[in-house]
Design a protein around this ligand. Structure first.
Ligand code: ZN
Length: 80
């Protein structure tokens, strides 16, 4: 068997770690547009072994998400 599920999962995990799922980004962009407060429950840390709800902060024109557990952070622009 040439398959190596663990390796594959690690690659996918690595991908997700670098880039939030597009759907998540969409939601966060919407949050930014509506300038509503905190959305701690809509995004979980993309680190699968972590899964902590990310802290979401709406700044001037970006959404900053950060994980207090593993240190993951990402800035999401409101417009492309
Ligand atoms: Zn995390």
């Amino acid at each position: 068997m040439g398959l190596n599920p663990e390796f594959r999962e690690e690659r996918e995990w690595d991908f997700e770690k670098r880039r939030l799922a597009p759907e998540m980004e969409k939601r966060l962009r919407k949050a930014l547009e509506s300038k509503k407060g905190v959305f701690a429950d809509i995004v979980l840390c993309p680190n699968r072994s972590c899964g902590t709800p990310l802290k979401v902060e709406i700044l001037e024109d970006v959404v900053q998400v950060s994980c207090s557990a593993c240190g993951f952070t990402r800035l999401i622009q409101g417009t492309d």
